[in-house]
Design a protein around this ligand. Structure first.
Ligand code: NAD
Ligand code: TYD
Length: 355
């Protein structure tokens, strides 16, 4: 079996659902259930004996040690993190705690467990750490996309905390020989994406008749990948990745934010037109920029493609259509995640809406 951390969040839940749709190898899912963790993402697994959910913290070394001893996984896949840049600007403490200190405790528990394995079990064991392209910092307009050897130059408390965790993972391989793999992926989108992030926020706000807040000039560039393609890349790296290596994951889909917002609006115009016949793009509102906002990310995924033969299944056009349709079909999910904590966040972040 495998141990997944953060498997009730956006990418982790997609990963667990895809894993169990494709094989019968059981999953132990350790998740703290912060505001971003949602067991509703996993309701289709209710009663499925292949999925064992445990509410807990990756920083709880004794709990992690107990789970490892009890379930004896062949791999640990670490998704657990605080993941939202804007929240890290308002309050970095939780990011330091989970992304750095939590990853350290997880590494210690995994090192002790792996140290006690023997022979083939020890050789086969893997820790896969899921990270982000944001650790590389920001690119200028003409710069080449990030390769795995790009300088690590994180600019936000979020990306700095992820870079620190990546360094710890690397050091545990170098110093203790822990069999680790690290993936650094570009921006994901798709089902179960919490509506604090750009794409789901725009869909949810558009449908609610609210302003669509675009930071600064809207010309910041992100490189978008459909979440299920990220999950297939992780499975492929777990299966065939070389120990201690970093694999960049991306779909060669660089787009400025304003283009993303316009695409979402156009799809909604087609699939759920406004009652008054006006385009959703009329709700776009330029707001104050994010402090320290990275201008451009772009991933060079050639290592993963060449070494492991991975390719994304979705184009941006097919993935974004699926995503918008998923949100239209899951109004209940959206309503349930818009809890008190969500409303407090929106009140704090978007208090002064004009640029
Ligand atoms: P998310 O915020 O949607 O989910 C994070 C999950 O981790 C939640 O279920 C939360 O409850 C859980 N969690 C938080 N702190 C925990 C702790 N201390 N112990 C156990 N569980 C804890 O995040 P996501 O978008 O699904 O991202 C998952 C991982 O992928 C993160 O490591 C993130 O840095 C990385 N990543 C995300 C993106 C993206 O575009 N979303 C891109 C590249 C990499
Ligand atoms: P986000 O989804 O927060 O991901 P990240 O910051 O990790 O890339 O933001 C994606 C881009 O969209 C980023 O450049 C910030 C921008 N953005 C807005 O313009 N308005 C918003 O309300 C949000 C949440 C993000």
């Amino acid at each position: 079996m495998i141990l997944v951390t953060g498997g009730a969040g956006f990418i982790g839940a997609n990963f667990v659902l895809d894993w169990l749709a494709q094989c019968d190898e059981p999953v132990v899912n350790l998740d703290k259930l912060t505001y971003a963790g949602n067991l509703e993402n996993l309701t289709s697994l209710q009663g499925d004996a292949r999925h064992v959910f445990v509410q807990g913290d990756i920083g709880d070394a004794s709990l992690v040690a107990q789970l490892l001893t009890q379930h004896r996984p062949r791999a640990v896949i670490n998704f657990a993190a605080e993941s939202h840049v804007d929240r890290s600007i308002h309050g970095p403490g939780d990011f330091i705690q989970t992304n750095i200190v939590g990853t350290f405790h997880l590494l210690e528990a995994v090192r002790a467990y792996w140290g006690g394995l023997q022979g083939a079990q020890k050789d086969a064991f893997r820790l896969l750490h899921v990270s982000t392209d944001e650790v590389y910092g920001s690119l200028g307009p003409g710069d080449a996309a990030f390769t795995e050897t790009h300088r690590v130059e994180p600019n936000s408390p979020y990306s700095a905390s992820k870079a620190a965790s990546d360094h710890l993972v690397r050091a545990y391989h170098h110093t203790y020989g822990l069999p680790v793999l690290t993936t650094n992926c570009s921006n994901n989108y798709g089902p179960f994406h919490f509506p604090e992030k750009l794409i789901p926020l725009m869909i949810v706000n558009a449908l609610a008749g609210k302003p669509l807040p675009v930071y600064g000039d809207g010309m910041q560039i992100r490189d978008w990948l459909y979440v299920k393609d990220h999950c297939s890349a992780i499975r492929r790296v777990l299966e065939g990745g070389r120990l201690g290596e970093i694999y960049n994951v991306g779909g060669w889909n660089e787009k400025p934010n304003i283009e993303i917002v316009n695409t979402v609006c156009a799809l909604l115009d087609e699939l759920r037109p406004r009652a008054d016949g006006q385009p959703y793009a009329s709700q776009i509102s330029y707001v104050k920029d994010r402090p320290g906002h990275d201008r451009r990310y772009a991933i060079d995924a050639r290592k993963l493609e060449a070494e492991l033969g991975w390719k994304p299944a979705e184009t941006f056009e097919s993935g974004i259509r699926k995503t918008v349709m998923w949100y239209l079909d899951h109004a209940d999910w959206v309503e349930h995640v818009q809890s008190g904590a969500y409303r407090e966040w929106v009140g704090l972040q978007y208090a002064s809406p004009s640029a």
